[in-house]
Design a binder for this molecule. Structure first.
Ligand SMILES: *[C@@H]1O[C@H](CO)[C@@H](O)[C@H](O)[C@H]1NC(C)=O
Length: 242
């Protein structure tokens, strides 16, 4: 019955529009590691921590204008309040580059987040470095633009970093495989045009990171801990490395 109705509708649409269904909606990515390449980015439905809770998440590319990407991710997760369930993200494609050879990493990120009142999540960059241009990552550098309802980074506070009028608290910890540095904005920042290199340079200047490390990955996304009917829309995102 439903199939017949659909067939009838398709025929009607085909007849009216003169060509097969023109509903050109992009596919939603709902499976673990599902991804879509768009311009210089790959958008991932990365559900790496899904085993520590119950829930689901889907991610969708909304569009690309020049180098500016628009995408969104929707999720509901229950389970351990201190366990990250996923990191849906936009990964920038570039060749690994030695930190001392980088002159800047300009970015723009505007986003909005809706969800249940108890939603615990962050909005964050994730950068990865290592001694060589291949092999395992050794350092993870996070830049948190937002922390909702007490979402917290790994490790403990080792200082602060002020840049362009924003004060960031720096945490140092480990995820078991990498040393993790996290810069946490003092207030949620829904729109920021800035440069990621000074954050890395701050680590180098304080002896936390060697400038001979290769920057291997730049990702931007959200880590959900807990919440329902949540949706991050990354309305404008661009980054480049020079
Ligand atoms: C991206 O998705 C494809 C399937 O569409 C899969 O084969 C590939 O492994 C995924 N990439 C990564 C890095 O997970």
């Amino acid at each position: 019955m439903q199939l017949k109705l659909f067939t009838a509708l398709s025929t009607l649409v085909t007849f009216v529009l003169g060509s097969p269904l023109l509903l050109n909606k992009r596919a939603e990515l709902c499976g673990q590691w599902d991804n879509e390449s768009v311009g210089d980015y790959i958008v991932y439905n990365n559900l790496w921590g899904m085993g520590s809770g119950d829930g689901s998440q889907c991610t969708e590319v909304l569009g690309l204008d020049g180098n500016t990407l628009s995408w969104r991710t929707s999720w509901s997760w229950s389970g351990g309040p201190y366990d990250v369930k996923s990191y849906a993200n936009a990964a920038y494609l570039f060749d690994p580059k030695v930190i001392s050879d980088i002159s800047n990493i300009p970015f723009t990120w505007s986003w909005s987040y809706t969800g249940s009142d108890d939603m615990v999540a962050n909005v964050a960059f994730d950068l990865w470095t290592s001694t060589s241009s291949t092999g395992d990552y050794e350092y993870e550098i996070m830049i948190w633009l937002a922390a909702f309802n007490g979402a917290g980074p790994l490790g403990s506070s080792v200082g602060t970093f002020s840049y362009e009028g924003t004060r960031w608290t720096l945490y140092k910890g480990t995820n078991g495989a990498q040393t993790v540095y996290s810069f946490i904005a003092s207030n949620n920042i829904e729109s920021l045009t800035s440069n990621a290199l000074p954050f890395i340079t701050h680590l180098v200047d304080n002896g936390y990171l060697d400038k001979s490390q290769y920057l291997r990955a730049i990702q931007s996304g959200t880590e959900p801990f807990l919440g329902t009917n949540a949706e991050l829309t990354s309305t404008k995102y661009s980054v480049e490395i020079n």
